[in-house]
Design a protein around this ligand. Sequence first.
Ligand code: ZN
Length: 125
Amino acid sequence: MNCPCCSGKPYEECCKPYHTGEKHAPTAEALMRSRFSAFAIPNGDYLMETTHPGKRKLHHKKDLQEWGEINQWTKLEIIRIPALNQVEFKAYYTDQDGNPLIHHEFSIFQKMHERWYYVSGEFLD
Ligand SMILES: [Zn+2]
């Protein structure tokens, strides 16, 4: 299957090695893409693992898993990458009532021990 992150590559050659732990995402963008794919699949474990350890208490695996499951994730658009640890993106999805929606976010990432983590995001209109 094509990778849900819209890279145009097969899932096996894109986000899958990150989801399975075979590799770690080398950049904040790659991590962001793999987290979008993890919502699409969904893979709540991966979403928790790639959240900054200091921020995990703000999230619940079950919620992440459900948020992935109830929505249909249709497209990811990277808007800009103003710094190595910042990604602005739009995630297109359809909610459980069939409404097409856009989640527009400016996300901050941090690299620790050679691994990237999602720290926080500011939701934009
Ligand atoms: Zn991908």
